[in-house]
Design a protein around this ligand. Structure first.
Ligand SMILES: Nc1nc2c(c(=O)[nH]1)N[C@H]1C(S)=C(S)[C@@H](COP(=O)(O)O)O[C@H]1N2
Ligand SMILES: [Mo]
Length: 166
């Protein structure tokens, strides 16, 4: 058991039949299901995870796919410098420069076990650059939209996460 905090799974999150959809400024639309994730090379990444609320989970061992491997398959257009990552969790979404997103892991295992739905399974985004914010570790990743200019969303992950602290 990791010392991640348990927040449960929101009612609107239905992980059966999960797929990841890559769309936007790309040459080739990609939709992957759980089985198709196995076609990609997997890597392990070990890191502590800290939340702005003031707790830390030490030494989490994530296993997953570099997002860049998946994006390559969609053949992004030359100017696709931005991405918005969406979740099954309603409006929760976060934008990234594409280079940073490409280095992140799409994790499907934690500490040697399939990633549990309560921690974002089947797939959670795990930024690997060391100084990411807790809300960027997006649980239940369902969609990546690429664009040539930054994308806006109705409610950002940051606003939702910080709104919970007050
Ligand atoms: N889809 C989604 N991902 C999310 C969140 C969320 O509310 N929805 N909360 C974020 C925040 S602020 C934190 S601290 C972690 C919490 O991860 P845990 O529930 O596995 O402890 O998930 C992050 N990813
Ligand atoms: Mo957080």
């Amino acid at each position: 058991m990791s010392d991640l905090k348990s927040h449960g799974v929101p009612d609107n999150v239905e992980t059966d039949g999960w797929t990841l959809d890559i769309h936007g400024s790309i040459g080739h639309r990609v939709r992957l299901d759980r089985d198709e994730l196995r076609d990609f090379p997997a890597e392990t990444f070990i890191d502590d995870f800290g939340c702005v609320e003031g707790w830390i989970a030490n030494d989490l061992s994530w296993r997953g796919i570099r997002v860049g491997e998946i994006l390559d398959r969609a053949e992004p257009t030359l100017g696709s410098d931005h991405a918005l990552v969406r979740s099954l969790d309603g409006d929760y979404a976060c934008s990234f420069p594409i280079d940073r997103l490409a280095e992140a892991l799409l994790a499907f295992e934690l500490d040697g076990e399939p990633l549990a739905p309560e921690h974002g399974g089947p797939a959670r985004l795990v930024p690997t650059d060391g100084d990411s914010d807790c809300w960027e570790s997006i649980k239940w990743v369902s969609e990546i939209e690429l664009a040539e200019s930054p994308l806006e969303t109705d409610a950002t992950a940051k606003e939702i996460a910080l709104g919970r602290i007050e």
